[in-house]
Design a binder for this molecule. Structure first.
Ligand code: 8YV
Length: 321
C-alpha cells in the first residue's frame, strides 16, 4: 500500500519527523522558511495531512485549493489559525494539542506575573546599563503577589493551573470570569470565586488573560477596560495577540493608568507595537509560554499521533470537529 503524503509546515524535532516518516511520505520545512499563502498551498496540494503550528492559516481558500486534505493537526492548544467551520464543511478533521502544555504554560504565566509585579526586567536593564550607583529605600518597589487578589479572565485548564498556583502557593484570593462557571468541585479545588468581568477588573490587583482568541474576544481589554483597573494593577497576557488592544495598553502604561504589564503575545506578532518597546513598565517575551523541550516535544508528538491515527483509519485523539 502506498503511504499517505503529508506536509510539516514548520521546523520540528527531527525525531518527530522520523516517526512521521515511518507512516507517511513527508515533505517537511526543516529550514523553517517563511511561506506566502500561495507557496503554502502549492506545497499542500496533493497531501492528505498537514502538521501546522499557530501561524499557519487553514481557511476556505486553502481548503478549496487542496481537495486531498483529510486532517490538519495543530501543534498548539489554540486554534484561531483554523477556520473550523470551513474545515468541517470540507470534510477535513481539525485537531489541537491540549493538556500536554497546561502546567508548563501555567508556570510561565506565573513567572511573567512575578517578573512584571516585581519589575525584574526593568531593574535588570538598569543594572546592566551601569546605572546602579547606590541602594535606595524605594528603588524598583513593585507590588506584592502573596495575599493579593488575582483576577483570571478565561478559566480553562491553563487558567485553573494559574489559580492553583496563586491560591495554594501564594495565598492569593482568586477571582475569575469565564463564559461558563466551573463546577463547585473545581471552584473549591482552585479556591476561585466566580465574578462578573467588570467586578474582576475593578477589584483585582493582578489581571491574568488566558482566554481563547475569537472574533468575540477581540479587544476584550481596551481603553474602557483598562480605565476600570486599579492604578496599582498589573495585566498579564499569555493568551493571544488581539485580546488586548496593544495601542490602548501602551497609552495606559505610559500615562500610569495601570502600574505594569507582562506580555507574551502581541497583535500582529512577531511585530510588536513600537510604543511597547520603549515603555519601561512592561515585560515582553516572544510567545514562549509553552517553551520547554519536554512540553514542545509532547505537543509535537500529539500532533503526530493525531495524523497517524486519522490517516490509518482511526479516530483523532483530540478532535475539534
Ligand atoms: C504554541 C500556543 O507554541 O499552544 C498554543 O496555543 O500559543 C503555543 O503553545 C504556538 O501557538 C505555536 O504553535
Amino acid at each position: 500500500m502506498t503511504k499517505p503524503e503529508i506536509l510539516v509546515a514548520r521546523a520540528v524535532f527531527p525525531e518527530v519527523i522520523a516517526r512521521l516518516e515511518e507512516h507517511f511520505v513527508v515533505e517537511s520545512n526543516q529550514r523553517d522558511d517563511s511561506w506566502t499563502q500561495e507557496q503554502f498551498i502549492q506545497k499542500l496540494q496533493g497531501k492528505q495531512g498537514a502538521f501546522t503550528t499557530g501561524g499557519d492559516r487553514i481557511d476556505a481558500v486553502v481548503l478549496a485549493a487542496c481537495p486531498d486534505l483529510k486532517i490538519c493537526a495543530n501543534m498548539a492548544v489554540g486554534y484561531n489559525n483554523f477556520d473550523v467551520d470551513a474545515m468541517t464543511q470540507a470534510g477535513v478533521i481539525a485537531t489541537n494539542a491540549p493538556d500536554v502544555l497546561t502546567e508548563t504554560t501555567a508556570d510561565f504565566g506565573f513567572a511573567l506575573l512575578m517578573a512584571t509585579a516585581r519589575r525584574m526586567t526593568e531593574s535588570e536593564h538598569y543594572l546592566r546599563a551601569g546605572k546602579w550607583s547606590k541602594w535606595s529605600f524605594d528603588m524598583f518597589a513593585g507590588s506584592d503577589i502573596h495575599g493579593s487578589t488575582l483576577g483570571i479572565l478565561g478559566m480553562g485548564r491553563i487558567g485553573q493551573g494559574i489559580a492553583r498556583r496563586g491560591a495554594h502557593g501564594f495565598g492569593m484570593k482568586v477571582i475569575y470570569h469565564n463564559r461558563s462557571r466551573l463546577s463547585a468541585e473545581l471552584e473549591t479545588d482552585c479556591k476561585a470565586t466566580y465574578v462578573g468581568k467588570e467586578e474582576l477588573l475593578k477589584t483585582a490587583d493582578h489581571v491574568m488573560l488566558v482566554l481563547p482568541y475569537s472574533p468575540a474576544s477581540h479587544h476584550t481589554i481596551g481603553a474602557a477596560e483598562l480605565s476600570l483597573m486599579k492604578p496599582t494593577a498589573t495585566l498579564v497576557n499569555i493568551a493571544r495577540g488581539g485580546i488586548v488592544d496593544d495601542a490602548a495598553l501602551a497609552s495606559a502604561l505610559a500615562a500610569g493608568r495601570i502600574a505594569a504589564a507582562g506580555l507574551d503575545v502581541f497583535e500582529g506578532e512577531p511585530k510588536v507595537h513600537p510604543d511597547l518597546l520603549t515603555i519601561p513598565n512592561v515585560v515582553l517575551t516572544p510567545h514562549i509560554a509553552s517553551a520547554t523541550i519536554p512540553t514542545r516535544l509532547a505537543m509535537a508528538n500529539l500532533a503526530a499521533d493525531n495524523l497517524i491515527a486519522v490517516l490509518t483509519g482511526k479516530k483523532a485523539l483530540t478532535p475539534l470537529n
